[in-house]
Design a protein around this ligand. Structure first.
Ligand SMILES: [Zn+2]
Length: 150
């Protein structure tokens, strides 16, 4: 059994339901200010992301982790007290940078993600690193609950 198989075993054993909010970077939301490019945090169409979104229920294994200091874009969404969370998911789920994972009604903005491949080059699993979404997370979660019905 190689290392990838062990990770897949862990994912299969411990994965639980989470949501991923995928942003479609091709379509800006109507709430985006054309002068400064900012979205309205309380927007219930884009959840404050500024883009068209799709919300999917997926499965993953989450684990608390530290936040690396060199996190250039984290300040837009988070602050010094934000916690980090690592997610291991099966390869079939689509998670990109700046998508948002909602885990037990807590939002985490994805700052990096990496697909791990087998020796023969097939996608096996993905590791995504998220930071606790601090700024305007209340408006985000309220709108999220309205859309998803949870
Ligand atoms: Zn919007």
């Amino acid at each position: 059994m190689d290392f990838n198989d062990e990770i897949i075993n862990i994912i299969e054993q411990f994965e639980y339901d989470i949501y991923v909010v995928n942003r479609d970077a091709h379509y800006k939301c109507v709430c985006v200010d054309y002068n400064n490019g900012d979205a309205i945090p309380s927007c219930d169409k884009c959840l404050g992301t500024g883009y068209k979104i799709k919300i999917k229920k997926i499965k993953g294994v989450g684990q608390w982790t530290g936040i690396p200091n060199a996190a250039p874009s984290a300040g837009r969404f988070s602050d010094d007290t934000s916690k980090g969370r690592r997610y291991y998911t099966r390869a079939k789920y689509n998670i990109k940078e700046e998508d948002i994972i909602v885990d037990n009604l807590e939002p985490f903005i994805i700052m990096s993600e990496k697909m791990f491949k087998s020796f023969s080059g097939e996608d096996v699993y993905r590791l995504a690193l998220g930071y606790e979404l601090k700024n305007d997370s209340h408006a985000f979660i309220a709108n999220f609950r309205k859309i998803v019905g949870v």
